[in-house]
Write a protein that binds this ligand. Sequence first.
Ligand code: MG
Length: 169
Amino acid sequence: MNTKVHELLNQQINKEFFSAYLYLDFSNYFEDAGLDGFANWYKIQAQEERDHAMLFYQYLQNESQKVTLEAIAKPDKVFTCHMDVLKAGLEHERYVTALIHDIYAAAYEVRDFRTMQFLDWFVKEQGEEETNATDLITKMELFGTDPRGLYLLNQELAARVYTAPSLVI
Ligand code: MG
């Protein structure tokens, strides 16, 4: 495997684990705020991010490439309102999309078609993640300012259940 592609794939393991850590921190914020549905939504999001990390880990192992695990950074965001958290989520997903696209571009440059095929699922997944984050902001803008609306939105988010990723490698 090309050195640059290998390096970026290995880094992505860490980025996905950081995403899990970040969303667990979001969940923690909402747990403290008494919004258990929002807390549930982000806790499941954190689970999905751990799955993503493991997919990159497994892909490198399948390709007989060395995996190097680095330290996971501390989530450092301080929030003053619920909406800040939701907006930080969208901003983070856009950042992750850019990372995935960078790996894809590196793989494309060296005609690493197998890595490109592996990344196809993540390209689609990032589109869904950005849509979910945007939808949540829209719902919060529409209903979140009214206590009854917030109560119902919290109930809706409480219903989210974990599903394993559709990508099997
Ligand atoms: Mg992810």
